[in-house]
Design a protein around this ligand. Structure first.
Ligand code: DX5
Ligand code: ZN
Length: 218
């Protein structure tokens, strides 16, 4: 199923609750929440207390992307704050299996992500426990970067492995998704699309999301 997950990294943090509601009204399927610790990536965004506050603003799935060095330590806070899916990086310092188990123990969905330089095969040992794999199409840390088309072979390899093992796992892409690149990622096999700047800078986000859904249908 195709899903569009606007990244609130590009929203107005001064009125987050309204921004979430606005995205919901515009047809968003999920809300992508980028958490950065200034250590795993060279930028700092927000933590679990903010997620808890904005949880009241929307009933949509909270798709939390942890770009932090020690996800195991902070996962309980993000679960308590109301996250529906928690994705962390295979490159992080925490034990991967233990972190996945910790997320799933609370009936929250677990996702694993790979940065552009990391082979996608690194997630294969964990696929049985995952609901989603996020293939980054930019270096994590900032919105507004250009889509790395050279990541498409990784998506194809991942899709083939998921199909071979008959698993039900979403393939998410994040970074530089716009009305052109979304078709490229969809053709490679992605079905969940994060988009920050393209949606939030659009004069008509509702039309943009509708256009994305059309372009992502392959
Ligand atoms: C980048 C974040 C992305 C970011 C995408 O590290 O993970 O979610 O918000 O922004 P755009 O769509 O502008 O590339
Ligand atoms: Zn993200």
């Amino acid at each position: 199923m195709i899903k569009i997950s606007p990244s609130i990294l590009s929203s107005d943090y001064g009125k987050l609750a309204q921004e979430l509601k606005r995205m919901e009204d515009c047809g968003a399927d999920m809300l992508h929440i980028d958490v950065m610790d200034g250590h795993f990536v060279p930028n700092i965004t927000l933590g679990a207390p903010i997620v808890k506050c904005i949880r009241k603003a929307s009933a949509l799935t909270f798709d939390v992307h942890l770009m932090i060095s020690d996800p195991y330590k902070y996962v309980p806070d993000f679960i308590a704050a109301g996250s529906d899916i928690i994705t962390f990086h295979v490159e992080a310092d925490s034990d991967i299996e233990q972190t996945i188990d910790l997320i799933r123990k609370s009936n929250v969905k677990a996702g694993l992500s790979v940065k552009p330089d990391t082979p996608v095969e690194t997630v294969f040992p964990f696929l049985d426990k995952l609901s989603m794999v996020l293939v980054m199409t930019v270096e994590p840390g900032f919105g507004g970067q250009s889509f790395k088309e050279e990541m498409m072979p990784k998506i194809k390899t991942l899709k083939a492995e998921i199909d071979r093992r008959k698993l039900d796992i979403d393939i998410q892409v994040d970074g530089g998704i716009n009305s052109e690149t979304i078709s490229v990622a969809a053709n490679a096999g992605a079905n969940v699309f994060v988009s920050g700047s393209a949606i939030f800078s659009s004069p008509d986000p509702k039309a943009t999301i509708a256009d994305f859904k059309k372009k992502a249908t392959v």
